[in-house]
Design a protein around this ligand. Structure first.
Ligand SMILES: C[S@@+](CC[C@H](N)C(=O)[O-])C[C@H]1O[C@@H](n2cnc3c(N)ncnc32)[C@H](O)[C@@H]1O
Length: 224
């Protein structure tokens, strides 16, 4: 398992371990940017009928309607399995809300809501999700949430949190750890040149999963 980037932040700014980690993390993103084209992941559309995109407040999410339809498809494809649904990075709750409306499973929404504007984001999350009793918020980074995990195995995990190499590599490792065989892990922003580390982190770990689908900025991986 990768070092938890949030755990490193507990060290003082000048701590040699934090300095070394930060240098490595920045170098990893620079390297990912330089070799962005080499990390292209094969495209794969879903065959058959896609569900319709859900009703949503599209101005408050970066997830596009076609990507949302793929997420709902993945949720339905794992519906018969036992386990919870996990969202890593919930922000204003738009994606949380339509995932929760589309399943009877418990939806564990994980977001630390740290930093500028996050009290506002948290309030919007709470007011959007208050009508969905199956939503359970963990206000922590994913690493800390998994260290205290009491929710059993996951059947579907949607990762849309920090988008640099170190965080995505770490989050994908954790998602793999909590997801049962046959479950699906979805990752957002895998093809955006602004987040080259996100694509590279997924590319380097593809052989651990089955590729279910890959459209622009969304990939679905099956846990073996
Ligand atoms: C792109 S937004 C999520 C957007 C949301 N999925 C949507 O489309 O409505 C990213 C969110 O990830 C959260 N985040 C950042 N690092 C995280 C981590 N390690 N674990 C969980 N959430 C994290 C941020 O606080 C932010 O709210």
């Amino acid at each position: 398992m990768q070092i938890d980037p949030y755990y490193i932040k507990r060290l003082a700014r000048g701590h040699p371990k934090r300095l070394a980690y930060t240098l490595w993390a920045r170098a990893a993103d620079l390297y990912s940017w330089l070799f962005f084209d080499e990390y292209q992941i094969p495209w794969k559309d879903l065959e058959g009928t896609l569900p319709r995109a859900p009703e949503a407040d599209w101005l408050d999410t970066q997830v596009q309607p076609i990507q949302a339809a793929y997420l709902i498809w993945a949720l339905q494809a794992t519906d018969a399995m036992d386990g919870c649904v996990v969202e890593v990075g919930s922000w204003r709750g738009v994606t949380t809300c339509y995932l929760a409306r589309s399943t009877n499973a418990r939806v564990i929404a994980i977001d630390p809501f740290i930093g500028d504007a996050n009290e506002t984001n948290l309030r919007m999350f709470q007011s959007r999700t208050e009508g969905n009793p199956n939503v359970h918020l963990i206000r922590q980074p994913f690493g800390a949430a998994v260290r205290g995990w009491k929710h059993g195995a996951a059947k579907f995990v949607f990762v849309d949190a920090a988008h640099d190499y170190a965080n995505v590599a770490h989050d994908l490792g954790l998602a793999h750890y909590i997801t049962s065989a046959g479950g699906i892990i979805a990752l957002h922003d895998t093809d955006d040149a602004a987040f080259p580390g996100c694509r590279r982190a997924v590319y380097e770990r593809l052989d651990r999963f089955g590729l279910v689908a890959h459209i622009a900025n969304l990939i679905l991986l099956r846990v073996r």
